[in-house]
Design a protein around this ligand. Structure first.
Ligand code: ADP
Length: 419
């Protein structure tokens, strides 16, 4: 029986998100998540799939299932596919695509082999929270789906086209040469997808578009994309740089770090926790969900109003900076992810003062484009289009995985060159 499904996996330290795609036609067929891996009492698999009879209500599952590690979770997931979803399942997987956060200088999605695995391991020093579970997900899939091609798609890959003047830090050059300390950027799969979708909406080839993509979620980043290639992005060597986020501080004078360590005696570990997990909206307002911050600000709470203003101001600053990075020619500014897709209030606050840089929002269109809707929210007088595009990182990973697998298959089938 022909292999007809592609599996996309995103492994976290205690979770395993998955999405299955059918190939004929190419479309998602089921998605879900194994949560609380390692926590015996609370381990659960949740999944949903469109109803097979076309009814509006999707099929949903929530199953308590024990998994001490990622291999057991992956085994449980395969068992679930076979027993509850499709009895012929295991013979149908033609490839597995993995989301890997840090690939250092790897610029393309690649077929996994021992060399690539070693690079992912080496990059774990720069992404200690993300790369180790990513590797666990790969090792689990290699054991459970033996002989099936596995592809890694890196969050950093799309940003590898940044020019040196954008990716270098003004530090001694040795640090770059010997320790690979430079800016890498993240959310690349999302920014790539958004740039491609924006080109479709602009009705132009992606190579002829200049766009600024704002991925605003609990982690947030903005990218300047020229002709489909990233020229700058707000996150740096790690996902801490740039915008203010749910719990991350974003841009900061590095002397602040020295000060809190030297004057306040914070350890490296505690400083890391403070900057990554206790800062951002949480640090300023006391909660990290922007909905609560907006509500507080509307209710007259000064710290919420301050946090909201800080969040908005940083996005505005980077839109201005990236307009300059694109030479003043911007076809579209795109909003996406949890905040960018759902909060018309935030978009209005960001955009209202930016008429001078060619952005003019249509209030009714802005208010109507929420809850996963895609659309244009600029008015007819806006020099630059403003678009809302729900991001789909899994779809982008699936597409890129398919390209790698089909490319490799094509290469394997080519006759060997004459010696
Ligand atoms: P991530 O994938 O980085 O975890 P998401 O892209 O799912 O994050 O975004 C989650 C965030 O989106 C939430 O923390 C919340 O602050 C924000 N969010 C979701 N809906 C709204 C809304 N209607 N208004 C404001 N913020 C929202």
């Amino acid at each position: 029986m022909a292999a007809k499904k592609l599996l996309v996996v995103n492994a976290g330290s205690s979770s395993l998100k998955f999405k299955l795609f059918g190939l004929e036609p190419f479309a998602p067929t089921m998605s879900g998540m194994f949560d609380r891996i390692g926590d015996k009492a609370n381990c659960v698999l949740k999944a949903s799939a469109p109803s097979p009879d076309g009814a509006a209500k999707p099929r949903k599952w929530e199953i308590k299932m024990q998994a001490a590690n990622h291999v057991e979770a992956m085994t449980g997931m395969l068992g679930f596919f076979r027993e509850q979803y499709d009895k012929a399942f295991s013979s149908q997987v033609m490839a597995v695509g993995h989301r890997i956060v840090h690939g250092m200088d790897i610029s393309q999605p690649v077929l996994l082999n021992t060399d690539v695995m070693a690079k992912i391991k080496a990059a774990a020093v720069l992404a200690p929270l993300h790369n180790p579970p990513g590797l666990q997900g790969i090792e689990a899939a290699q054991r459970v789906f033996q002989g099936v091609p596995q592809v890694a798609v890196f969050d950093t890959a799309f940003h590898q086209t940044m020019p040196p003047h954008a990716y270098m830090y003004a530090l001694p050059y040795d640090l770059y040469e010997k320790h690979k300390i430079r800016r890498y950027g993240f959310h690349g799969t999302s920014h790539k997808y958004l740039a491609e979708q924006a080109a479709v909406m602009l009705n132009k080839p992606v190579g002829q578009t200049n766009v600024i993509t704002c991925h605003l979620g609990s982690g947030s980043s903005i990218a300047a994309i020229k002709g489909g290639h990233c020229v700058d992005t707000t996150m740096g060597m790690t996902p801490l740089e740039g915008l203010m986020m749910g719990t991350r501080c974003g841009d900061l004078d590095p002397a602040v770090v020295l000060h809190i360590q030297n004057q306040m005696g914070l350890s490296t570990k505690d400083t890391d926790t403070l900057l990554n997990k206790k800062s951002g909206l949480l640090g300023v307002c006391g909660h990290n969900d922007l909905r609560a911050v907006i509500e507080g600000a509307q209710g007259g709470k000064p710290r919420d109003a301050l946090g909201l203003a800080m969040f908005v101001y940083r996005v505005q600053k980077y839109i201005g900076a990236y307009t300059a990075a694109l030479g003043g020619h911007v076809d579209a500014v795109v909003f996406s992810a949890g905040i960018g897709e759902n909060s018309s209030i935030i978009r209005q606050l960001i955009l209202a003062p930016l008429k001078g840089v060619g952005l003019s929002v249509d209030r009714a269109a802005n208010d109507a484009t929420v809850d996963g809707k895609q659309g244009e929210i600029s008015d007819s007088g806006s020099k630059t289009k403003i678009l809302v595009i729900p991001t789909d990182e899994e779809l982008s990973i699936a597409t890129q995985t398919l390209e790698v697998v089909r490319g490799e298959t094509a290469m394997a089938n080519e006759p060997a060159a004459a010696a």
